[in-house]
Structures are given as C-alpha cells and as structure tokens.
Design a protein around this ligand. Structure first.
Ligand SMILES: Nc1ncnc2c1ncn2[C@@H]1O[C@H](COP(=O)(O)OP(=O)(O)OP(=O)(O)O)[C@@H](O)[C@H]1O
Ligand SMILES: [Mg+2]
Length: 322
C-alpha cells in the first residue's frame, strides 16, 4: 500500500500580526505523487509549504509526516529537513554562500557525506539545472532565472525523499521551464515525491497528478488534473485561469457542443475536430432536407458531392426495398 507522507488535520495558521493565512486545511499526500497546490497571490501557498518542514507550526489542528504528528524538537526538525527539501519562492532567501559551488555543496556537506560524494553530487546537480561553468560565480551576481536554478540544484544535491518547490518556474525562460519540469518528472520516476506551488496553471497540467486549489487560506477544490479542469468555476473563484485549451473547450461545451475538456493543445485539437465532424454532419442533413444541393456542391466539391448523392441513393434503395 502507498504510504501517506504528509497529512494535515483541520490545520490553521495565523501570523503574529493577526493575519489568518490558513484555515481548516485537510490534505493528504502519498509517496511518489506529483502534487500541485494552485492559488492566486496571497492564497497561502508559501505559508502552507513552510509547514511541511516545520518552519511554520500550525496555530490550530495538526500536521503529520509519515503518520507522526510533528513535535518540533530540534533533532526531529533536523531529520525532517533531510527528508523534505524545500526550494523557496525567492532564491535570495536560500542562496547565501560566496560562490555557486559552495552554495550547492552546503546541504550535502552537512549530511556528513565524503568529499568525493559531495563533489559528485554538486557536479551532477549543477549539470542537471544547466549551470555547469558558473561554479565560481557569486550567487548575487547571477540573473533571476540562474539563481532559481542554483537554488534548485542545492536541494537536488541533498537528494531528499520529498521535494517541495514554491513557484519553481517563476522567472525561467521556456527552455528553463521545460528543463526543470523534465528533471522533476525524472526524479519522480525514481520515486521522489514532488510538491509544487504555482499559479502557472498551464505548466501544472503537464506535471501534476493531484491538485489542490487554495483560495483565501482554504482548500476549495481537490482532485486529479482532469477533475480540476473540468470544473472551471472553481478555478475562476480562486482567481485562476484554466489552460487556454481547456477554457476554449469549456466555452464550446457551454454553447452545447458535444466536447470534453482536454488539457493539452494536441488533445484539444482532436476534440474540436471530432466535434466539428459531428456538427458538419448535422449541417449536411439540414442542407439535404432543404434541398440546397448547390450549397452542398459548393462546400464539398464535385467529386465528394457525387459520392454523397450516390450514397444517399443507395441508402434510399435500401430503405424502400426493406
Ligand atoms: N510574515 C508574515 N506576516 C504576516 N502576514 C503574512 C506573512 N507572510 C505572509 N503573510 C500573509 O499571509 C497570506 C498568505 O501569504 P502567502 O505568502 O502564503 O501567499 P502565496 O499563496 O504564497 O502568494 P504568492 O502567490 O504571492 O506567493 C497573505 O495574506 C500574506 O499577506
Ligand atoms: Mg508564495
């Protein structure tokens, strides 16, 4: 049976200044899942993520990691932070060493690994995120997207069981987004559980197998990617926009077209072709009924028109002879 790795029970969190950032959060994340928490600015995504490794402590309810309620004791927190690697939303909150290489090496070094092992991991992590060659640079001299990559490399090098990434693709160019999402996909295939926060709904649909919709500190929707995007109203309520392809199909569906919501452009294309096919068929019947043969001839072309007439005649013969 798949183990539950993170579970919250009626969890709430209020900041010291009185801001109630999370209320009544009940979520369950299982081993090996690819999870996305989606929500607009201020929805509570980063606040929620900071509970996953004990940075935030719930002000009501509980959080359990591997079935055990967190006690927030120092040794336990150290253990949890080895298992749960968090890539912060803002890389400046994460990067602090004088050079890129020292920054990425910091985590694995603290795990007490041999120098060779640390060097190997750092090299591999920097290669994965496409930052080889910039090892000696000062992190604060990097571009925004480069900083993000280094921050991800730092957590990758620790090889956590669960990788939590707050807005992993913000500031990355399209190639960078593809690169990072491919890495996450690959790590997940190697059994790492991945949790991301994002409002880039288009990207999320390509990645997640389970989605939570967070709005004003509450979970207002959860389910598979298909389930979430078949309910565009919940997304609108959360001030999110469905993927363009899903939105288009949703509009067609509301107009009475026989379409299912599809998430990728390719699937949407086939769904629309299919729907157009049946719609054209109905148009055709309408035209034949009204005896507007010249219109048919025009829209089908001569060959197809005669082929169709032939078929109709054959069909007529079948009907009269039976
Ligand atoms: N340190 C803090 N003290 C007080 N309020 C805070 C603090 N950090 C965040 N908040 C508030 O908590 C709420 C949730 O913020 P959070 O950063 O979790 O949202 P988010 O979903 O991550 O948003 P974004 O998409 O902008 O990153 C907001 O209303 C925010 O103003
Ligand atoms: Mg945030």
């Amino acid at each position: 049976m798949t183990r539950t790795i993170i579970q919250t029970e009626n969890m709430g969190f209020t900041y010291p200044d009185g801001t109630s950032a999370l209320q009544n959060i009940n979520i369950e994340i299982k081993e090996g899942e690819r999870v996305a928490v989606i929500g607009s600015n201020g929805a509570g995504k980063s606040t929620l993520f900071a509970h996953f490794n004990g940075i935030n402590k719930p002000t009501s309810g509980h959080i359990k990691i591997h079935g055990k309620p967190m006690t927030y004791r120092k040794e336990e927190l150290l253990q949890i932070r080895q298992k749960v690697g968090i890539v912060f939303q803002n890389p400046d909150d994460q990067l602090f060493a004088p050079t890129v290489i020292e920054d990425v090496a910091f985590g694995p070094m603290n795990l007490g690994l041999s120098e060779d092992e640390v060097d190997g991991r750092v090299e591999e992590a920097l290669k994965l995120v496409g930052m080889t060659g910039l090892e000696k640079k000062a992190p604060h001299h990097l571009s925004g997207g480069q900083k993000k990559r280094v921050a991800i490399a730092g957590i990758l090098a620790m090889r956590p069981e669960i990788m939590v990434l707050d807005e992993p693709t913000t500031g990355l160019d399209p190639t960078g987004v593809d690169q990072i999402m491919k890495i996450l996909y690959m790590l997940n295939k190697e059994a790492m559980s991945i949790i991301i926060a994002s409002h880039d709904v288009e990207m999320v649909t390509q990645f997640a197998d389970k989605i939570f919709v967070l709005h004003d500190g509450e979970i207002i929707g959860q389910g598979t990617t298909e389930e979430i995007f078949n309910d565009c109203e919940t997304l609108y309520k959360a001030h999110l926009r469905p993927p363009k392809s899903a939105e288009l199909l949703y509009m067609l569906k509301n107009e009475g077209f026989p379409v299912n919501i599809k998430l990728t452009v390719d699937e949407a294309y086939h769904e629309i072709l299919h729907a157009l096919g049946s719609q054209s068929y109905h148009n055709l019947l309408h035209l034949v009924k009204d005896d507007l043969h010249h219109k048919l001839l025009h829209s089908l072309g001569e060959d197809k028109y005669h082929e169709l007439l032939h078929l109709l005649e054959e069909n007529q013969k079948d009907v009269t002879s039976s």
